[in-house]
Write a protein that binds this ligand. Sequence first.
Ligand code: 5CA
Ligand code: ZN
Length: 479
Amino acid sequence: MPVKRQKWSAQFGDWFRDVLINAGIFDYRYPIKGSGVWMPYGFKIRKNVLQVLRDLLDNTGHDETLFPLLIPETSLAQEAVHVKSFEGECFWVTYGGFEPLKVRYALRPTSETVIAPMLKLWIRSHADLPMKLYQVVNVFRHETKATRPIIRMREVEPFKEAHTCHATAEEAEKQVQDALNLYKQFFDSVGVPYVVSRRPDWDKFAGALYTLAFDLLCPDGRVLQIGTVHNLGQNFAKAFDITYETKDGNQEYIWTTSYGISGRGIAAVLIAHGDDNGIVLPPKIAPIQVVVVPVPYKGKQKEINQACKKVAATLKDAGFRVELDMRNDLTPGNKFYYWELRGVSLRVEIGPRDLDNGVVIVVRRDNLKKQPIKMGDIVSGIDTSTKEITHDLKENAETYIKKRVFRVNSVSEAKSLLKRKTGIIEVLWCGKDACGHSLEDSVEARLLGIPEDIEQTIDGKCVVCGEQALNFVRVALAY
Ligand code: 5CA
Ligand code: ZN
């Protein structure tokens, strides 16, 4: 079972591609560029991650739905800004059998224009609002940039998208903040390091008033957009004529928002916690939280195996997801290597000396630290270790971000830090588009936008034009 192991930080892109296949997560060798396969182990991770998202949404008044995959071109074209941005990215269905279609269909690149015609039918009065729907689907975008497994797909899967409708601008605005908090909870619960920024106008979602985006800081110093929240104002409501009757009997357009997390939300977990041995899964989403491995010894085989079975059964009864690895064609060392690659949160080893001492050895996947735990205390011991991992992963993510966001006072300093791939740079900005574009060009990096997750007191001049600054703005090398 020879697996190629790329260093996590040095060869990050190669590491990711290899680990996805070696750990049985995602196979990108399907004969269509930009489509791939969730393998059995990867699918279990995917399912657990989605469950965390579903729980968060279900508990905050969202209802899961399922809308069609095909969009008639007439619907897609209804919101002018939206269609302009997306039509060039669509895959088009033009034939039904041998018959050319009168109206061609787009495979949904996203679902605002799929949902809108139905909202028009469903929403009558203020009593129908707010309405918060979501679906988990695949969307299709003919990406022209280099595709990458999970991260930049043409068949994007999973794509979790929420769409909400409100009676007033204030309620939509509040929903955007609520969505932001939901996503923060999600990324925090799996220890993903991110920043949240308000995208510049030229980079917002097509048809939105504004876009707030989560960016993951990858180990190679680049950022990856891993989630977005859009305030759509009344743009789609007006384009699709979606109105409701107010309490006073007037007809008003509704206000809408949408927000989404794709497979990148899963990739973020793998990327954030990987190391040279493979992936590291937070217990919350790990398909296997504990693996029990016997360390055989001549003459004690039977007792050791029995102890392992007993420990595994006890932990299973206590509700942990447990694997008992009794394969006898592999050495314990090979088994350790196998489960480390797959990111199993905790390993329990039992050898002859442990048996004599009435203990088991518990090894944490995140820091590989070993700790003996009394056989009788196994459930509370594993419970504590599980909590410690979750806590430490979150704390590491926060420290990681703190250490890699830099404030500098000039374009040249920003440029030299970005050259060294140190992370995210914040500089003062007057807010003018021209200065934003000029900054992007001079530092050869992407403007992520204005910080949305920190308090800022602004006192100084724009690093480009020298006029009074209104905000900090973030720049970084981006995927
Ligand atoms: N309707 C809105 C809200 S769901 C929407 O489509 N927003 S989006 O265009 O910003 O997409 C949501 C998220 O999907 C993005 O933040 C990004 O993290 C992810 N995403 C976008 N394109 C791809 C792609 N080609 N492959 C994987 N993930 C993608
Ligand atoms: Zn300026």
